[in-house]
Design a protein around this ligand. Sequence first.
Ligand SMILES: NC(=O)c1ccc[n+]([C@@H]2O[C@H](COP(=O)([O-])OP(=O)(O)OC[C@H]3O[C@@H](n4cnc5c(N)ncnc54)[C@H](OP(=O)(O)O)[C@@H]3O)[C@@H](O)[C@H]2O)c1
Length: 304
Amino acid sequence: MTDNGPILVTGAAGQTGAVGRTVCGLLLDRGLPVRAMVRREDERAAALRAAGAEVVVGDLLEPGDVYRVVSGCRRVFFGMSVSAGYLEATVTMAVVAREVGVDAVVNMSQMTVSQMSIQNTTSSGQQRQHWLSEQVLAWSGLPVVTIRPTMFLESFFQLAAPAVRARGRIEVPFGRGKTSPVAATDVARVVAAVLADPGPHLGLIYELTGPRSQDMHGVAREFSDALNREITYSDIPAEDWERGIKKWGVPEHLTRHLVAMGELHRAGRYDRLADGVERLTGRPPMSVREFVSLHAEEFGGRRL
Ligand SMILES: NC(=O)c1ccc[n+]([C@@H]2O[C@H](COP(=O)([O-])OP(=O)(O)OC[C@H]3O[C@@H](n4cnc5c(N)ncnc54)[C@H](OP(=O)(O)O)[C@@H]3O)[C@@H](O)[C@H]2O)c1
């Protein structure tokens, strides 16, 4: 292990939540050396480099790449986009981190894992892989810190923004199920706090949610307040939701995951509250209203 080596951040380019990208910025702001792993050279890689990160290109499913990027690092943030090879990538990272020796691995998981066991699983392959990944990391003996956020507020860009812009409606099949989405930026602030000083956190699991759990009518009211126009919630049939997702042309793994997320919401399994964000960062998590205000243009703009 290198005591003063950089902190490796995987998934650093960023797609949905871009937790890795935000973590890179927060660590650089603290004056810590960052090695940012991306899948390809593009404008996102250039921006990371311009911000001061050492950018390395590699595939988390290629053991040789993973060995190359972990070597010389003292700590690792492991996260990547929802994908079919998630468990394989986690196991590869665990094998390499054991071989190289690091003083902390901060693992991105999901809050659903808190409710899972051998007898009680979900139909999402992603959630099953996170559950198995956590088991493997526990067996590995590595110094691990587990981050379990609930649904990201940033998911609304994909799941809600088009209908909010077009019809002033949030169209999701969540029934009367409550939800407490958390900002990926808050998740990143937690991850950065842990990476900066992992010692007190080793072996711990942090559950992260937004500040309140409410049904989608409540969420729609916060949208309305933020956009100064009426946004309503429309509980659509699960089949319409699945048909709509399939039209996006996303991989089957992600489709299955989003369909499962809808079912679990409907069943009340996203009705959660946890204080991880405030406990680790000293600041309360961002509300739906604050998030939508910050990104009003994406949701069709705020009425003056
Ligand atoms: N979205 C949610 O609501 C939610 C809620 C709780 C937990 N989570 C968890 O959060 C994680 C996703 O975090 P995020 O949204 O911050 O990720 P993200 O921004 O969607 O993706 C991070 C990066 O992973 C990279 N990547 C994918 N496959 C790779 C590979 N084989 N090798 C190297 N890089 C690869 C992608 O690169 P390219 O962009 O170049 O393809 C992407 O930029 C997942 O573990 C998910 O289960 C998500």
